[in-house]
Write a protein that binds this ligand. Structure first.
Ligand SMILES: *[C@@H]1O[C@H](CO)[C@@H](O)[C@H](O)[C@H]1NC(C)=O
Length: 226
């Protein structure tokens, strides 16, 4: 084989394996209702499947998204996630759903979903939403933000830091679709200042241009995860 063909093949295989592992696994059967067995000793990339003969309509069902989540917390927001853990029939399907409630001035704080893009629509109220790009070629991180009203839709690309803030004086409600059965959430402030065990003060004071006192103060704070 000529060298350039060899390299072309190498790149092709490297890329195809990258594509295969970059998203939730592709379906090899109609469905794979998750079995959550705390005693299992093996781990798979996802969840075990129930025998399809034992699957029931309830495996594909979740109720209660009509009910607001409790927003009497410090962020005045609440995310009700319907992922493969709450709805076992979502296993291997690559999607999930969330209802998000915001009291007036409630915030879903800056966070990322390492495994999913998110498409959000406002059902009630007014939200100021946005996401920030990864580091651009010129070194900038660009903010894309907008005020959304009822019926408006916004998309947060996979992995990027994003937020929603209820800018109105009435409660707001949003529904979000996510492109993973297990999107994951990294709440930035909590992950950085609330890590357990704590990240070294030297690291955080340099990274955030804060003095030691301020870093320790932030680390002693309670950080809510969403
Ligand atoms: C979100 O709402 C649910 C249902 O009301 C409640 O059980 C949960 O504690 C709330 N979470 C937070 C962080 O307030």
């Amino acid at each position: 084989m000529e060298a350039r063909h060899f390299f072309a093949c190498l790149i092709f295989f490297a890329m195809s394996s990258y594509v295969a592992y970059a998203t939730d696994p592709t379906q090899l059967q109609d469905f794979c209702v998750a079995v959550n067995d705390p005693n299992k000793e093996l781990f798979v990339n996802g969840l075990f499947c129930k025998n399809p003969m034992d699957a029931k309509p309830e495996d594909f069902f979740f109720d209660g998204l009509d009910k607001p989540g409790f927003t009497g917390n410090m962020l005045r927001s609440n995310v009700t996630l319907v992922s493969a853990l709450q709805l076992p029939g979502l296993n291997t399907l690559g999607i999930s759903l969330a209802r998000i409630d915001y009291a007036p001035y409630g915030l879903n704080p800056p966070h990322t979903h390492p495994r999913a893009s998110e498409i959000l629509t406002v059902m009630e109220g007014t939200l100021y939403v946005g996401f920030v790009t990864s580091n651009l070629a010129n070194g900038d991180n660009k903010l894309f933000a907008k005020v959304l009203n009822k019926g408006d839709v916004f998309v947060f690309p996979q992995g990027l830091i994003h937020f929603q803030f209820n800018a109105g004086k009435t409660p707001a409600v949003a529904i979000a679709g996510l492109s993973s059965q297990n999107p994951g959430t990294v709440t930035i402030a909590k992950a950085v200042f609330g890590a357990e065990p704590p990240i070294s003060v030297d690291v955080l004071s340099k990274a955030f241009q804060l003095d030691e006192y301020m870093v320790k103060k932030l680390q002693s704070q309670f950080w809510m995860s969403t």
